[in-house]
Design a protein around this ligand. Structure first.
Ligand code: TXA
Ligand code: MG
Length: 353
């Protein structure tokens, strides 16, 4: 166990002194959690193999699942990659800094462990003053997966990070809650048309406006477990976003979803099981369970994305054994929300009509 240093900062105007303390830790090979606009990341110097190994260990992350490399200056992309296609440059101009991760053919300078032995590297420029200041002050490209224990919901506040990683990492820059709440969109430009490997904070509709045709990797919309040999993004292979409670996701027409959730709730409660329902503002009044929480309004998918991981963790804090979740429309940020809910349920999905 180490002592995790908590550095509280103003998210818009962080104390440069505290950022320097954190940057120094990164430069010396240590681990620092920091806020981005999506979720908190756990950062290490991307070019230091020992630091990156420590990063995997702190998270209990399988070594075959590479982190995203975070940068604060466009030029760094050219140092980390072999080739930057024109479409990537277009997207970098349009969407960076922001919640879009691009996959490039990597330079040999990037250590093997940072890319889990792949020939490609995932890069993004986060849109958060604290993250950008940390990268700049450290002078390092920062490898940063989400700052949760592997398999758990991603952290959207410093409290979540400390619950998972307190005592396992050197420091955290606490800049309050994150704005977007789901991770960045991961886009693969090595195929034509480009393919979304993970839906996230940049809606696929926005990518299509710039690129025209953009496809979803079949597993983005998968409704069952992914066969290992077909997963192009290593992250597709691993169990994700799972609270301790078992999750059941109910999909279909809204009235049928409500009826099914009520039926299941009654059934489980009769058996003495503590049940949580993940509802929305428009539907919450229908449910009587041990714990009922609303993700937000169905007409505000941004709010729903922002609340998702926090609520999953809250259900665990309240000790429910089962979470029964409504589905939301798969448009805009809703696609990322549905992808996370499906994974959180371990593809325990009930379709109703
Ligand atoms: O918003 C985010 O992306 C957050 C913040 C901290 O930036 N980071 C994040 O990192 O979610 P992580 O490590 O939890 O997820 C990275 C995803 C994984 O699904 C991983 O498999 C995929 O990106 N990935 C990384 N390198 C890849 C590569 N070379 N090719 C394909 N997928 C890759
Ligand atoms: Mg993650």
């Amino acid at each position: 166990m180490k002592q995790t240093l908590v550095l509280k900062v103003n998210p818009n105007k962080p104390s440069i002194k505290k950022v320097k303390v954190a940057a120094d830790i990164i430069r010396k090979g240590g681990l620092v959690a920091f806020p981005t606009e999506t979720v908190y990341g756990l950062g290490a110097d991307a070019m230091n193999p020992d630091a990156v190994l420590a990063l995997f260990k702190a998270k209990n992350r399988p070594l075959d699942n590479p982190p995203i490399v975070h940068i604060e200056n466009m030029n760094t992309v050219y140092e980390l990659t072999e080739h930057v296609p024109p479409k990537a440059e277009l997207l970098m101009r349009q969407f960076w800094p922001g919640p879009l991760t691009l996959i490039f053919k990597r330079s040999k300078r990037v250590p093997e462990i940072t890319v889990a032995g792949l020939e490609t590297v995932a890069i993004r420029m986060p849109q958060h003053t604290v993250a950008l200041a940390l990268i700049k002050e450290s002078g390092c490209a920062i490898a940063a997966p989400s700052a949760n224990l592997a398999g758990k919901p991603s952290p959207t506040s410093a409290k979540h990070v400390l619950a998972d990683l307190g005592g396992r990492i050197d420091a955290i820059l606490d800049g309050g809650s994150t704005r977007i709440g789901v991770e960045s969109t991961v886009l693969d430009l090595s195929v034509d048309p480009p393919q979304v490997l993970r839906p996230g904070g940049t809606p696929v509709e926005a990518l299509r406006k710039v690129l025209g045709d953009v496809r979803l990797h079949p597993f983005v919309v998968a409704e069952e477990e992914v066969p290992i040999e077909k997963a192009r993004s290593p992250g597709m292979r691993h169990r994700h976003y799972a609270p301790n409670a078992k999750v059941i996701l109910v999909e279909g027409a809204l009235h049928a979803v409500i009826a099914k959730i009520k039926e299941l709730t009654d059934l489980y409660r009769l058996k003495g099981v503590k049940v949580g329902v993940l509802a929305t503002d428009e539907t919450i009044a229908n449910y009587e369970a041990d714990v009922v929480k609303s993700l937000g309004s169905r007409f505000n998918l941004e709010a729903i994305a922002q609340n998702l991981f926090t609520l999953l963790r809250e259900f665990d804090d309240e000790g429910v054994a089962i979470i029964i979740a409504e589905s939301v429309p798969s448009e805009g940020l809703g696609l990322a929300v549905m992808n996370r809910l499906r994974k959180a349920s371990g593809y325990n999905i009930l379709k109703v009509v």
